[in-house]
Design a protein around this ligand. Structure first.
Ligand SMILES: *Cc1c(COP(=O)(O)O)cnc(C)c1O
Length: 376
C-alpha cells in the first residue's frame, strides 16, 4: 500500500518538543516560535513572519489587516481550497471567482481586470502546487486599481517567482504547515508581511487585540486591549516540531523534487502519446515539489484510473470541487465571466503519492500501474 501522504518527520521533532516542555514555555511566542519566524524571515527576505495556528487563520488575519468589510469583493480562483474564500467571506465580503489557466491551474491573470468593480478590494491569487501565478501582471493590475494582494501561498514554502519567495510579493502571504504540506507542525501556518507599517497591527490582532507582544519586548509597561482581535498564535510545542523541519527544509524540498522529476520523466511517454497532460512550470518559477498532478481525458477516465490504482495499493486522489459550484460558493460568491477551464480541468486532474520519504521504487511502482491502466 502506497499512501497518498505521510506527514514529514525528521527525527529531531520529539527532542525539540521535549525541550519546549522543559522550557516551561508551551504557550505561544516561546523560543521555538521565535527561531521559526526568524528562519522564515531570513529565507524569504520578508519584513515580518508571524506563526499562526493555520493558513486559514493567517488568511483571516490578512483579511482583517486589509480591512475587508461587508459588501467588498475579493477576486480569486474557484479552483482552490475553501480557506481562500472563507477568510474573506467571514468578513462579509463576496468571493468573485475568475477562471484558471489550464497549464498551471492558477488564476488567469488576463481575466482579472474585467472582474474588477468599484467594490473590489483585493486579489487573492493561489499558487497551485507551489507553482507561481503570473505575479508581475497581477501586481501591476493591483497597483493600477489600488487593490490589496493577499497570496494564498499555503503550498509554497521555499518556492519562488523570479527569485522572490512566494508569499512575499503581495501585501500579505499565507503559508500552511498542515501535515499535508511540505513542512509541518501538525496544524499551523504563518503570515508574511511585506510592509513594516502593518506589523504592529498584525501583532495586536494575533494576540486577542492586545499589545502583549510589545509588552514582552519591554516596550510598554502594561498590556491593554488596543483593537479587535483573535487568538492566532500556535503553542511553542507545535513550533518545536516545525523547527526540526525547517532545519532540514532544503533536504526535504530536494527529496520531493527528485521524486517529482522521476514522475515527470517516467510519465513523459504518456504525454507524448496524448494520453495524459503533465504539469507546466512557466519560466521564472522555481517550485518546491509540493505536488505531482496529471490530467486524464475526463472525469470518467479519472474515476476508473483512481479505482484501478486503489485496487493495486496506490492511494491517488483528486481535488478541488470548484468553489462556485458548492453550496457556500453559490451563497457567498459569484463566477465572473465564462467557466471555460475551472470545471473541466478540475474533473480531469488527479494527484499521485508525494511525500518526503517516498522512495524511488515507490514511484516506479506507481508509474508502472498508471502505464498498465493505459496499456502502455
Ligand atoms: C492547505 C491549504 C490551505 C489551508 O491550510 P490550513 O493550514 O489547513 O488552514 C489553504 N489554501 C490552500 C491552497 C491549501 O492548499
Amino acid at each position: 500500500m502506497i499512501n497518498f501522504n505521510v506527514p514529514p518527520f525528521t527525527g529531531k521533532e520529539i527532542e525539540y518538543i521535549k525541550q519546549a516542555v522543559e522550557n516551561q514555555k508551551i504557550c505561544g511566542d516561546g523560543p521555538f516560535t521565535q527561531k521559526c519566524s526568524e528562519w522564515i524571515e531570513e529565507r524569504t527576505k520578508t519584513s515580518k513572519c508571524l506563526l499562526t495556528t493555520s493558513c486559514t487563520h493567517a488568511t483571516e488575519l490578512a483579511a482583517l489587516l486589509a480591512n475587508i468589510k461587508e459588501g467588498d469583493e475579493v477576486i480569486m480562483p474557484s479552483f482552490t481550497f475553501v480557506s481562500t474564500a472563507d477568510a474573506f467571506v467571514l468578513r462579509g465580503a463576496k468571493a468573485v471567482f475568475v477562471d484558471i489557466r489550464p497549464d498551471t491551474m492558477n488564476i488567469d491573470e488576463k481575466k482579472i481586470e474585467a472582474a474588477i468593480t468599484p467594490n473590489t478590494k483585493a486579489i487573492a491569487p493561489v499558487h497551485y502546487a507551489g507553482i507561481a501565478c503570473e505575479m508581475d501582471t497581477i501586481m501591476e493590475i493591483a497597483q493600477k486599481h489600488n487593490l490589496m494582494v493577499i497570496e494564498d501561498a499555503a503550498q509554497c514554502i521555499l518556492a519562488e517567482y523570479k527569485n522572490k519567495a512566494l508569499g512575499t510579493i503581495g501585501d500579505f502571504g499565507c503559508y500552511s504547515f498542515h501535515e499535508t504540506k511540505n513542512l509541518s507542525m501538525g496544524e499551523g501556518g504563518a503570515i508574511l508581511i511585506r510592509d513594516e507599517k502593518y506589523i504592529e497591527e498584525a501583532e495586536i490582532i494575533r494576540e486577542k487585540g492586545t499589545n502583549r507582544s510589545k509588552y514582552y519586548r519591554g516596550l510598554v509597561d502594561k498590556y491593554r486591549w488596543m483593537n479587535y482581535g483573535s487568538s492566532y498564535l500556535p503553542s511553542d510545542m507545535n513550533a518545536a516540531y516545525l523547527w526540526a523541519q525547517l532545519q532540514l527544509a532544503d533536504e526535504i524540498t530536494k527529496a520531493r523534487l527528485i521524486r517529482w522529476e522521476q514522475y515527470n520523466t517516467l510519465l513523459q511517454p504518456l504525454k507524448d502519446r496524448g494520453i495524459l497532460e503533465l504539469p507546466t512550470i512557466p519560466e521564472g518559477c522555481t517550485h518546491n515539489g509540493h505536488m505531482y498532478y496529471a490530467k486524464a481525458k475526463d472525469v470518467q477516465e479519472r474515476t476508473e484510473l483512481l479505482n484501478f490504482l486503489k485496487a493495486n495499493g496506490v492511494w491517488s486522489v483528486f481535488h478541488y470541487v470548484p468553489l462556485h459550484s458548492a453550496p457556500a460558493g453559490m451563497k457567498f460568491g459569484v463566477f465572473h465571466g465564462e467557466d471555460v477551464y475551472t470545471t473541466k480541468e478540475s474533473e480531469r486532474l488527479f494527484r499521485l503519492p508525494m511525500y518526503y520519504t517516498l522512495t524511488e521504487s515507490d514511484v516506479n511502482y506507481v508509474v508502472s500501474k498508471v502505464k498498465e491502466f493505459y496499456h502502455v
